[in-house]
Design a protein around this ligand. Structure first.
Ligand code: SF4
Length: 237
């Protein structure tokens, strides 16, 4: 998802909540979120999600991908996209006996639920910041109880979300760089090769025992070095 500049967003109907504001929610493990997802709503996994699962399951990134992901090519981005596998009954591949097998390191979109978040440009700092909103979980069929109160910050801390914020931003930059390279390819052969390189740099060339941020930054620098003229002003102007 591309980050947004708030000024340019009209008709935004999310009610954003600050990190010290609270909401009421207690998961009753009804499994509604983990089952019955229509195919078009399958969860898209990022490098961060695969890295977190790899650490928890003690598998290499490549093994997590082959066991738990379906790779599809993105139509507009032309990038490899990682969809979380579902069983034939529509339940998530990580769900076993009603429990999430990657609970403490589950994909960020699951960890955040019932919160959602969007990225906006902070015009003072020039950085992109996350803004959080509470989803209408009742409307989504979730059977959570509302007898526990959490601040947004407590919810984020609970699943160790924020330490990965920089990596989520790097994932966006890496995807944007790979997509730019894909669109710059002239021949089908070049596209095939670049697709393989994008897949490797975005999802595979990571050691799950080493910090992720540094590895992502290195992969991003490598991707940009493949066609420097696309990313750097070589004339120095
Ligand atoms: S990863 Fe875990 S929380 Fe997310 S849908 Fe699958 S079983 Fe549910």
């Amino acid at each position: 998802m591309q980050p947004l500049n708030k000024k340019h967003v009209k008709n935004l109907d999310q009610n954003f909540i600050k990190k010290d504001q609270s909401f009421k929610y207690r998961c009753t493990q009804c499994g509604e979120w983990c089952r019955n997802k229509p195919l078009e709503d399958r969860i898209l996994l990022s490098t961060v999600d695969i890295y977190r699962a790899a650490g928890m399951l003690e598998l290499e990134m490549q093994d997590v991908i082959s066991r738990y992901c379906d790779m599809v090519p993105g139509k507009e981005s032309m990038l490899p996209l990682m969809l979380m596998k579902q069983r034939l009954d529509g339940s998530c591949i990580f769900l076993r006996k009603g429990k999430c097998t990657v609970q403490d390191n589950k994909p960020l979109v699951c960890a955040l639920y019932p919160l959602g978040r969007m990225e906006f440009l902070n015009e003072e700092t020039g950085e992109y910041d996350f803004h959080y909103y509470l989803k209408d979980f009742r409307k989504e069929g979730c059977h959570a109880a509302e007898d526990e109160e959490w601040t947004v910050q407590q919810w984020l801390d609970r699943f160790n979300v924020e330490p990965y914020d920089d990596c989520v931003k790097l994932y966006r930059e890496l995807g944007a760089a790979c997509s730019k390279l894909m669109h710059s390819c002239d021949t089908d052969e070049e596209k095939r090769e670049m697709f393989g390189t994008s897949f490797y740099m975005m999802f595979v060339k990571y050691d799950r025992k080493q910090p992720l941020k540094e590895q992502m930054a290195l992969n991003l620098a490598f991707v940009r070095s493949l066609k420097p003229s696309l990313f750097f002003n070589l004339a120095g102007n």
